[in-house]
Design a protein around this ligand. Structure first.
Ligand code: ADP
Ligand code: MG
Length: 483
């Protein structure tokens, strides 16, 4: 049976996508080579400037370079080194008038695809170009298959192909039919909210409402009124009577995000909802019955919180009977290319761009990063790179400062400085704040500290240092950013 992907190579298509770059300082040679390469069905780009050829490589315009050895400014070998550093998958064919076996071996050892004596043998050059074109065509077809795979591997907008994520999808699918309470645990940015939405979508109550509440974003009184509703005049500012989210989503689902941040009194109220399925609006004696499914999420270790006396044990046991743990991004590095592809498509569409991918060195850097902000951080990196990049490919310079210096060449820490612990803490806090786009609440979550501590550290670093430390805890005056 004939499979689409087993069709013979479409040499025409392959040839047009190869775009060889011819680099030679001699205009007569350039012209002669251009004619030769064109006669083989390729459309070459010509340049006598090695820096310009490097740019073409960097932005993925040319997948193959025919480079002369003797050029002013940079010789063919230096060019080879730099070009391969930009794109280790690049094909470079070195041409020379002084062919020796030793120099040919040296070129191949340094990563050249071939080494051709001048004058160029037509048949030999054609064979090399056709081989490389066939290889690229094969890669293109693999990419097409991967795109198809991406569609198949999406689970309600959640992308993943790693065994740990496939397990999450499988378990979520199973529990969605039957649960009344589910607890999602995992670090910030691992996709807890996405999974909560997916569970609601698959559940038998998908036609009913889903109410989302971020428990850490509100002070207790506001949180209580948001969840349970209030009567007019029950507190200052309560100018009307309002139902809360539990009533709003009655017969549907309530998602309580960051449930580990709630106070003990609030936990008692949540326990009552779970145990008795009843609520009271703030200021009202009336008890109302509600019927909601509850999904709670936290990035804290709730068992440790129980031991520390910050979380009610009875509520913990009620919540954790069904738990889904979202793995951190570094536990599933194999998902990164797929996620990158997914976000590229999303932001290409959003910004009207046609970026085709990342240069290899940019890809390598993504695989080496520690990703404290997990998938959210990766999404931010790709979306801002989509804005800044001018070419078809996202390169190192389009990535945030903190990532750029993590390539293999800098693995030993070229930019290492003997910082004090205090300076290190300050730099780290600012880096995480940048990553969270200034959202202090998120930053505190990523850093694993309370909001108040974050404000204190920030204040410690500022000119208010003297004032802040003398009188115990600094007061929280900065605005809270809701997300
Ligand atoms: N597996 C995934 N596939 C696609 N997008 C994801 C995935 N995981 C997280 N995201 C995206 O990352 C961001 C953070 O996800 P979110 O569910 O809010 O994480 P959490 O609630 O765990 O902090 C969102 O923009 C979300 O769309
Ligand atoms: Mg969240």
């Amino acid at each position: 049976m004939a499979h689409a992907y087993l069709k013979p190579v479409q040499t025409g298509a392959a040839k047009s996508s190869l775009t060889p770059c011819i680099l030679d300082d001699d205009p007569a040679q350039l012209e002669m080579l251009a004619e030769l390469v064109s006669s083989m069905g390729y459309e070459p780009v010509l340049t006598s400037n090695p820096a310009e050829a490097l740019k073409l490589v960097q932005y993925g315009r040319c997948r193959l370079v025919l480079a002369d050895v003797h050029m002013p400014g940079m010789d063919g070998y230096q060019f080879l080194d730099q070009a391969l550093h930009c794109d280790p998958g690049l094909h470079v064919i070195i041409m020379t008038g002084e062919y020796t076996l030793d120099s040919a071996l040296e070129a191949v050892r340094r990563g050249a695809t071939d080494f051709l004596p001048k004058p160029i043998d037509r048949a030999r050059l054609k064979r090399t170009l056709d081989d490389v074109a066939a290889l690229y065509d094969q890669r293109r077809r693999v990419r097409e298959l991967e795109e198809q795979l991406l569609k198949d591997l999406e689970f309600h907008g959640i992308v993943g192909k790693s065994p740990v994520m496939l397990e999450v999808f499988d378990f979520a699918r199973k529990v969605a039919r039957h649960y009344t309470n589910v607890l999602l645990i995992g670090a910030t940015g691992t996709g807890k909210e996405l999974v909560a939405r997916a569970i609601h979508q698959i559940s038998p109550v998908s036609q009913q409402k889903l109410a989302v509440c971020n428990c850490s974003a509100l002070v207790d009184t506001l949180l209580e009124s948001q969840l349970f509703g209030h009567l007019r005049g029950s507190f200052t500012g309560a100018t009307d009577t309002r139902p809360g989210l539990f009533e709003f989503a009655n017969n549907g689902t309530v998602f309580l995000d960051e449930v580990g941040e709630t106070s003990l009194p609030m936990q008692a109220k949540l326990l009552r909802v779970i145990q008795n399925r009843e609520i009271q609006r703030v200021g009202s004696p009336e008890v109302r019955q509600i019927n909601v499914r509850l999904i709670a999420a936290t990035n804290r270790d709730l068992r440790a919180e129980v031991l520390a006396g910050r979380f009610r044990e009875d509520l913990y046991y009620r919540l954790c009977s069904i738990q889904i743990r979202l793995p951190s991004l570094t536990e599933r590095l194999e998902d990164i290319p797929l996620l990158v592809q997914f976000f590229l498509k999303k932001y290409n569409d959003a910004y009207g761009k046609t970026i085709s991918g990342l240069t290899r060195r940019a890809q390598a850097v993504l695989l080496q990063h520690a990703w404290p902000g997990n998938v959210r951080e990766l999404e931010n990196v790709i979306s801002s790179a989509c804005i800044t990049t001018g070419g078809d490919f996202i390169d190192l310079a389009d990535l945030p400062e903190g990532l750029q210096h993590r390539g293999p060449r800098n693995a030993d820490g070229d930019d290492w400085r003997p910082l004090s612990l205090e300076e290190m803490r300050k730099a780290h806090i600012h880096r995480i704040l940048d990553m969270c786009q200034g959202n202090r609440l998120r930053a505190a979550q990523v850093l694993g500290i309370g909001r108040t501590s974050l404000y204190r550290y920030l204040k410690d670093g500022s000119e208010e240092k003297l004032k802040a430390t003398k009188f115990g805890q600094a007061t929280v005056s900065a605005p809270i950013v809701l997300s």
